[in-house]
Design a protein around this ligand. Structure first.
Ligand SMILES: Cc1cc2nc3c(=O)[nH]c(=O)nc-3n(C[C@H](O)[C@H](O)[C@H](O)COP(=O)(O)O)c2cc1C
Length: 344
């Protein structure tokens, strides 16, 4: 029997395990398959905004399709992740507001989605401007931060849970580098709302550490790429499994730096920037490079985000085994540490 580690996070949603799969959107990736498996396994899965540059009708079809896929595979709760940062023009990109509307509309039209799609996770910029809409739609609002200051601001805005994500995370990371081991305890000390730790977590030890930080669970991204349920291109999965410490780098994203694996695409992007390309040209180039990796499996000329934790991921696992193994393993670690310690 799987151990149980109830926390304020599991109680908030009535789920079994304090393990979340956080949003992973970029290019033509989708996370519906992963999200369904994580929620079915007792954690919390998230659907992600696929291609922020896609034309709205296509973006809505893909996003709604992911929500429906999850609801068709499990009757457990799940989340939708929507980045809300500002781009180079200083405005929240239209796709963010659109995606929030897709969620609200889909829940109005589909009772299964209304029941199960319980959370919107925002990230990339302050949650204030979206807070009322999310609350009034009857959704829980989780918000991802990279600093204690941002955590306090999110709490003041009234969010229900904070995801504290350290600089080693994959995807859009933060402009000021505060790593998980420092950020986690700082944030749990500073705020009253439940906290999930994110950035660099891949197994039971990470979950046990998060609970020791005073957090209510973990939110992972990169670990879920190398799972049997992941529909990501096999070349990406293979590259994640091969990744060594130091293979990751930062490159300019929409809202700030993105952490991904260093390759020819990152070099070409930097060259384009150095040669004075306009923001629009750069955005267009990046959008194509993000699609290329999933569509063609080109891990050299495609851009793809991954966290430093890829260096510790060496095998493809089944999501139910991963989630239950993390919980059993963390419970065993905490029980062992609480017992008498052998002195040598
Ligand atoms: C491929 C990829 C895409 C990501 N896209 C998003 C996104 O669209 N929105 C978001 O809030 N975070 C995004 N992230 C960050 C994750 O939600 C999560 O915070 C991060 O992966 C945690 O760090 P880890 O990779 O060490 O587990 C992405 C991460 C990866 C690896």
């Amino acid at each position: 029997m799987t151990a149980s580690l109830p926390t304020r996070f599991t109680q908030l949603l009535g789920i079994e395990h304090p393990v979340m799969q956080d949003g992973m959107g970029s290019g033509s990736f989708t996370t519906g398959d992963i999200a369904a498996a994580v929620s079915a396994a007792g954690g919390l899965g998230s659907v992600s905004t696929a291609d922020l540059w896609a034309e709205p009708a296509k973006a809505e079809r893909v996003f709604r399709g992911q929500m429906e896929l999850v609801a068709s595979r499990t009757d457990k709760p799940f989340a939708a992740n929507i980045p809300i940062g500002v781009d180079h023009s200083g405005d929240v990109i239209g796709a963010s507001t659109n995606h929030l509307n897709y969620v609200i509309q889909a829940r109005r039209e589909d009772p299964a989605l209304e029941r199960q799609l319980r959370v919107v996770t925002t990230s990339g910029g302050p949650p204030d401007q979206f807070r009322a809409v999310i609350r009034d739609a009857g959704l829980l609002h989780f918000h991802k931060v990279g600093s204690t200051r941002q955590a306090l601001r999110a709490e003041r805005a009234g969010v229900d849970l904070i995801i504290a994500s350290g600089f080693e995370m994959g995807g859009h990371t933060h402009s000021k580098p505060v790593h998980t081991f420092v950020l986690g305890p700082n944030v749990t000390e500073a705020v009253e709302v439940p906290v999930l730790i994110s950035g660099g977590v891949r197994d039971a030890r990470g979950l046990a550490a998060a609970l020791c930080f005073g957090a209510d669970g973990v939110a992972m991204g990169t670990r879920f790429i190398a799972t049997e349920e992941s529909n990501w291109h096999p070349a990406i999965v293979a590259r994640v499994l091969e990744a060594k410490e130091g293979d990751d780098t930062l490159f300019p994203g929409i809202y700030g730096p993105i952490r991904g694996l260093r390759n020819e695409a990152v070099r070409l992007l930097q060259k384009l920037i150095d040669e004075g390309a306009t923001p629009e040209e750069i955005t267009e180039w990046k959008a194509a490079a993000f699609r290329r990796v999933q569509d063609e499996g080109d891990v050299h000329l495609g851009l793809f985000p991954t966290g430093q934790v890829a260096s510790g991921i060496t095998e493809v696992v089944r999501i139910p085994d991963l989630v239950s193994g993390m919980v059993s393993g963390a419970a065993a670690i905490l029980a062992r540490l609480a017992g008498p310690r052998p002195v040598s």
